[in-house]
Structure formats: structure tokens, C-alpha cells
Design a protein around this ligand. Structure first.
Ligand SMILES: C[S@@+](CC[C@H](N)C(=O)[O-])C[C@H]1O[C@@H](n2cnc3c(N)ncnc32)[C@H](O)[C@@H]1O
Length: 387
């Protein structure tokens, strides 16, 4: 049997650490994900028509069954995001069952995230969520049972052949681990950058391919025939190169901040050399290619869209709630990246990192129209061949 080398062991430790530290800021304070996740909320509202269409298609030929199982994967802690998605899905399904003049349904809701996620904050909002269902859909909408599912969506999280509708937004670009063997070639880069050699770009793609195929394979086992899945993740238009400014720039600014702090002696260079972001932003073609390669799903639709870093672009958007005037790109990014920074560099530097990030983002936004590109893909589980 091959003996584990020191490098193998280090890799296992690194993967384990990422697993333990990847989480959004919990709680409800000013830097929490629950308070600051306007960018993700905007992405969710822009994909509502895709989700509605998938549900309508799902029930166009056969009406909903009595029990409907719905999952939100990578739900995080914000009721304004995850529970609003679930509310909208139930509302759309309830409209359909009324059209079919069916009895009320039982909705089994599964909210999944990594075990370190602040499920408590999310669960604290369940009563409001249930009250809203009764108020806005009516007390004859049926029953809703909410379950928390701590675990990685890169493994099995549900029983075989049970899920009707699976949703995930702003989560699947996170990889299961930093790609292997990139540290030597990354030097002071923390992500795929203009300066990254092709071997690094390839390693990132290969890690994404491995993870996404595993994700599809697990969902294929868990979903019922004809079940629908709508996935939205950070992505890019460009099919030729793995580096794309449109989706890497938010990490590039962080890289610039950390490099400045190394140059000024505030961060140890060796520490920076071992810090890498475990994310990948696929193109629509890459996603379609991998769905076909895995073979269990049909692609119904792929949609590429952008959201702006700049709140001024949304000021008059009535679909955002009235707290959105607090929208601030840096605070939103802080709620996502802070736990990773603290786990690697320590708590002491974090305020300074994000003060500097804010300044760099301000300068950049004054010069150009910064956006985040997203890819949404709507899939149907191909019926299993029965022997
Ligand atoms: C930016 S948040 C998105 C939250 C929510 N879906 C939204 O749209 O606001 C990304 C979430 O994905 C979760 N996540 C990342 N990798 C995961 C994995 N392998 N399994 C489950 N959740 C994961 C993170 O913990 C985080 O809570």
C-alpha cells in the first residue's frame, strides 16, 4: 500500500481546514451575512422567473403530488435570502395546485449548508416565515415542515429518489478545497489572476470539474424522475480563458490589499503565499459540458447575467426592500470573506484589510462599471431506465 507522504498529510489538513472555516459571518450585526447580503439577494430576485418557469414546466403534464420536497443548498443564515426563495417557490406551487383544484399540499423544506453555518439565526426566523405563508398565501395552503441539513453538497445529503425541486444560489462556485499543487506557482496571488501560469488555471478548472460532477451525481441519486434543479453561481462569459476579470476582480482587490500589507511588513509573506481562495467561476459552456458528461440531467435553460457592485445602479429598483439603502459592496464582501481571513491571518488584521478594501473598491468603482457575472442553469432529472 502507498504510504502517505508529508505532502499528502498536509493536503488533508488543508482540505479539512477549508471545510471548517468556509462560512458567512453569522448573527445579525452590521457585518453579518444576514444584514449585508444585498448582492446575493439581487441575484435571487433576478432568477425568480427561471425558478417559476421550472416549476410551471414540472407540473404542466402532471399535477403536484401530495408531499413536495424542496431543498435550498448553501442556504447560509439570511432569512431575507433563503426563506424568501422558499416562500416564492411555495407560492408558485400553491397557485398551480389551485389551478388543478387540488387539496392543499405538504411541503418538506430542506435548508442545507456546511456544519459551521449559523443555522440558529436562520431558524430564529421560521415563525415569521410561517406567519407570512399564512397571511399571504392563505390558511388553506397546506403544511410546511422545515428541516436543517448540515453537510457538504459535494456528498450525499438526502435519501434516494426523494427530492422534487433543488435550488442553489451564490454557493456552487465554492470548491470543496483549494486545488492541489498550486502553492509553488501562485507566489503572492490568492486566486486565478492575470499573472497565474496555465498550470494554476488548469488546476482550478480540474477541481471545479471534479466537484461539480460529484454534485450532479449525488443530486441525480436524490432527485425524483422529472425533478427540477435551478443553480445560480458566479461565472464568466468567456469560454477560452479561465481568468476573467468580470468574476475575479473582487478577489484581485483583496490580493492587492494583502500584498500592500506584506510590503509594509504588516503580514508575513510566507503566510500570504499559502493563502488561496477555493472558488471557480465557470462559463455557461463549461457548465453545459459537465451536465452532459455526467448524463443524468437535461439542460432546459442557461442564462448569463450581471449584477453591479454599485448601489446607485439599484436605487430605483422597487424589488429590493427598503433596507437596501444600506447596500454596501465592501460590507457584503466582508461578510463572505472575513471568516477565511481570520482563520488564516488572525483577527487582528481584519478591520484594516477591509478598510483598505473599501478604499480600493471606491477608487475602482469611480473609474469603471464593476459587475459580478452570474450563470443560472435550469435542469430536469432524466427519468431512470427501469429494468
Ligand atoms: C454567499 S452564501 C449564499 C447564501 C444564499 N444561498 C444566498 O443566495 O444568499 C454561500 C453559502 O454556500 C455555502 N457552501 C459553500 N460550500 C458548500 C458546500 N460544499 N456544501 C454546502 N454549503 C456550502 C457557504 O457556507 C455559504 O453559506
Amino acid at each position: 500500500m502507498k504510504k502517505n507522504t508529508l505532502r499528502d498529510e498536509k493536503r488533508v489538513v488543508m482540505a479539512k481546514q477549508l471545510w471548517q472555516v468556509l462560512r458567512m459571518n453569522g448573527g445579525n450585526d452590521e457585518t453579518s451575512f444576514a444584514k449585508t447580503s444585498y448582492v446575493q439577494k439581487q441575484i435571487l430576485s433576478l432568477t425568480k422567473p427561471i425558478k417559476d418557469k421550472a416549476i410551471t414546466e414540472m407540473y404542466s403534464k402532471q399535477p403536484p403530488t401530495k408531499a413536495i420536497r424542496i431543498a435550498d443548498l448553501g442556504c447560509s443564515s439570511s432569512e431575507k435570502n433563503s426563506l424568501i426563495v422558499i416562500f416564492d417557490l411555495i407560492q408558485t406551487m400553491d397557485n398551480i395546485r389551485r389551478r388543478f383544484k387540488q387539496d392543499p399540499k405538504e411541503y418538506q423544506i430542506y435548508l442545507n449548508d456546511l456544519p459551521g453555518n449559523d443555522f440558529n439565526t436562520l431558524f430564529g426566523s421560521i415563525t415569521n416565515f410561517e406567519d407570512r405563508l399564512l397571511e399571504q398565501i392563505g390558511d388553506d395552503f397546506g403544511h410546511c415542515f422545515v428541516n436543517g441539513v448540515p453537510g457538504s453538497f459535494y456528498g450525499r445529503i438526502f435519501p434516494t429518489n426523494t427530492m422534487n425541486f433543488v435550488h442553489s444560489s451564490s454557493s456552487l462556485h465554492w470548491l470543496s478545497q483549494v486545488p492541489e499543487n498550486i502553492i509553488e506557482n501562485q507566489k503572492r496571488n490568492i486566486y486565478m489572476s492575470r499573472a497565474s501560469p496555465p498550470s494554476v488555471l488548469k488546476a482550478y478548472y480540474e477541481q471545479f470539474e471534479k466537484d461539480f460532477l460529484k454534485f450532479l451525481h449525488c443530486r441525480a441519486m436524490e432527485m425524483v424522475d422529472g425533478g427540477k434543479m435551478v443553480l445560480t453561481l458566479l461565472g464568466r462569459h468567456n469560454n477560452q480563458y479561465c481568468y476573467a476579470k468580470e468574476s475575479s476582480y473582487l478577489f484581485e482587490l483583496l490580493s492587492n490589499v494583502l500584498n500592500d500589507m506584506v510590503s509594509e511588513g504588516n503580514i508575513d509573506e510566507a503566510k500570504l503565499n499559502t493563502f488561496n481562495i477555493a472558488a471557480y467561476t465557470p462559463s455557461p459552456l463549461e457548465l453545459e459540458f459537465l451536465v452532459k458528461k455526467e448524463g443524468s440531467f437535461n439542460v432546459n435553460l442557461v442564462h448569463v447575467f450581471q449584477v453591479s457592485w454599485d448601489w446607485n445602479d439599484y436605487k430605483f429598483d422597487s424589488t429590493l426592500d427598503n433596507t437596501s439603502d444600506q447596500y454596501d459592496f465592501t460590507t457584503c464582501m466582508r461578510s463572505v470573506l472575513e471568516p477565511l481571513i481570520i482563520a488564516h491571518f488572525g483577527q487582528e488584521i481584519v478591520d484594516e484589510v477591509f478598510e483598505r478594501y473599501r478604499e480600493k473598491a471606491r477608487v475602482s468603482m469611480a473609474e469603471e462599471n464593476n459587475v459580478l457575472t452570474n450563470v443560472a442553469i435550469s435542469l430536469t432529472r432524466i427519468p431512470r431506465v427501469r429494468g
